[in-house]
Design a protein around this ligand. Structure first.
Ligand SMILES: [Zn+2]
Length: 322
């Protein structure tokens, strides 16, 4: 569904990690409490399981899957949160799909179980442990159950909140406030000037890795404003034209990365030393080598699962311009 449709439209977003969400969300069903309970109890229901910070994967023959039988999980542990993600329609007759949170202890126990693999979400994505549509469901499901675990109390009055709408809302019984899961927009941009692009690194990056600049979009800003402000703040470079290329759900914990290519108007870099450890202009051939891990100095860019990889590919390989 989302995957095929996006590919048919030629959208760049279709090639980034966490972006191939293929379930039918069935939003109209979320208010129907008996129906949601029946779906969770149905024999063809499946659920994502997140233990603390760690998703639990299940061995299915030679491959791994994010999907578990809900009854098997609910039988051994209390569920700390539950979200109805939708139904899997293709060839599966509308089988219900959920995400649940369980205690971190259960993850530790399952790590020793031959039928399960416990790993962090980034590693699951980078190592390609599950198919793209399952990774997208896992990212969405983990973002949602994380939100429940962190939002037990009302931001307005401090009262206890409870899940509603199949897990897509939390309501406060004390003051009646309704709370919705948030998505935080982040601008990520490849600034280019002729045959050069600007890449930088933060100290927390693995040695040798360079990436695009990025920053949260602030209230009152357009996407283009945020691209110009962040590039000016972090690298002292003024930006002219800004072109949107692709977006990526980024469940760490709940961002949407909005990727742009931007026309740099200056050459002289003034790096913000607190945000960036290093940065420079790269000739177009360098990211080509970095994308293939053939750079003579061993430099490389973020993996295919990250949108920075798509932005670099679009400019260095496909010749897109601002
Ligand atoms: Zn309240």
């Amino acid at each position: 569904m989302g995957d095929d449709g996006a590919f048919h439209r030629g959208e760049l977003s279709a090639r980034v990690g966490y972006a191939s969400f293929a379930l039918d969300r069935r939003a109209a069903w979320r208010d129907d409490v008996p129906r949601i309970e029946a779906l969770f109890a149905s024999p063809d229901a499946m659920t994502i399981v997140v233990a603390g910070e760690m998703p639990i994967l299940r061995r299915d023959g030679d491959s791994l899957t994010v999907w578990h039988r809900p009854a098997e999980i609910a039988a051994v542990t209390p569920l700390l949160a539950r979200v109805f993600l939708g139904t899997a329609d293709e060839g599966d007759g509308g089988a219900p799909r959920f995400a649940v949170a369980v205690s971190a202890d259960l993850g530790a126990g399952h790590g020793a179980h031959a039928g399960h693999v416990v790993n962090d979400l980034r590693s699951i994505a980078i190592q390609g442990l599950v198919p793209p549509d399952e990774l997208a469901s896992l990212g969405a499901g983990k973002a949602m159950v994380d939100w429940h675990v962190r939002h037990g109390f009302c931001a307005r009055c401090g009262g206890k909140t409870h899940a509603a709408q199949g897990g897509w809302r939390r309501d406060c019984a004390a003051c009646g406030a309704q709370h919705f899961p948030r998505t935080d927009p982040v601008a990520i941009m490849l600034a280019v000037r002729g045959e050069h692009c600007l890449l930088a690194r933060q100290s927390r990056f693995p040695p040798g890795m360079f990436s695009c600049l990025a920053g949260f979009i602030e209230p009152g800003e357009t996407l283009e404003d945020a691209v110009r402000r962040e590039t000016q703040e972090e690298a002292g470079i003024r930006i002219g034209a800004v072109r949107y290329l692709a977006a990526q759900p980024w469940p760490f914990p709940s961002s949407l990365m909005i990727g742009c290519i931007a026309q740099a108007l200056d050459e002289q870099l003034t790096l913000d030393g607190t945000e960036l450890e290093d940065g420079r202009w790269f000739t177009r051939n360098e990211p080509r080598l970095m994308l293939r891990k053939q750079h003579p100095q061993g430099l490389f860019c973020p993996p295919r699962s990250a949108i920075a990889n798509t932005l670099l590919w679009s400019w260095a390989m496909d010749g897109l311009t601002p």
